[in-house]
Design a protein around this ligand. Sequence first.
Ligand SMILES: Nc1nc2c(ncn2[C@@H]2O[C@H](COP(=O)(O)OP(=O)(O)O)[C@@H](O)[C@H]2O)c(=O)[nH]1
Ligand SMILES: [Mg+2]
Length: 275
Amino acid sequence: MIEPAPPTFKKVPLLMQAREPKTKAKLLHCQVIPTYNEVENISVLVERIENLRAHLPFDLMIIVVDDNSSDGTADKVKQLMEKFGNVKLIQRPGLMGLGSAYMDGFAYSISNFNADYVGEMDADLQHPPEVLGEMMKRASEGVDVVVASRYIPGGGSADWSFGRRLISRGANLLTRICLRVPIKDATSGYRLIGQRAIKGLFEYQLSSKGYSFQVESLYAYKKLGMTFAEVPYKFETRKAGETKLNTKEIWRFFRTTVKTGILGLKKKEKEGQAH
Ligand SMILES: Nc1nc2c(ncn2[C@@H]2O[C@H](COP(=O)(O)OP(=O)(O)O)[C@@H](O)[C@H]2O)c(=O)[nH]1
Ligand SMILES: [Mg+2]
């Protein structure tokens, strides 16, 4: 079994991490954005999120997790950090996988900022940040896991190749059959998750560092008894750069989904209680 990568960030000293502006009474959402060679997308995305911020029901921080991109993504994020005090950067030494990037981003958000909610979102502008308001609204109604969905009325995907549609539909069908999660778009990488669901997730021994993290984590939330909701969105065309999803990751996804359906997930305790 592959061990999840250990967190590679250092806890930020308290003085350096003040949330600003301190509006309190509002809950805090940390939007985690993993990046690998997204230099052309990241500033457009961050600017779009910043433009929305004042209209959102929660305070918002942006946590970029960069895996030593060769195109200068991290330097671009450092420039954004000078402009926006609510942007943070976790720099990791090399490509370590989407799932491990999210786990590091979540752990950082909870341990440094005691985030009430964390979010998942691609850096490539496929996930329109304008949907965040509706996702936060559902969360504030008491939902633990809000998934932005292509496969409910109002959702969809623009300009997606036949091959990608087939993979996405097939992956969703397999996930629903194997894991019986109450979500139409189980592979969606656009999510908002409450603190108690994340703390529960940390107790599980996830086997995947990559894309199959999405279904493993959903299964863990189900086992934890979390509540779910889906909000429709239109999956947009990648604006620049290339997808990091490759054949190896797709096979790993299918294997992990079937394996999780049969064996369940193990908790981290030594005795390894299967579910
Ligand atoms: N830090 C980090 N980011 C990754 C990794 N793999 C993918 N990403 C980022 O995760 C997001 C989703 O990947 P993407 O290539 O858009 O996948 P797709 O939407 O399924 O085609 C993008 O922002 C990528 O840059 C990784 O191993 N590490
Ligand atoms: Mg993408």
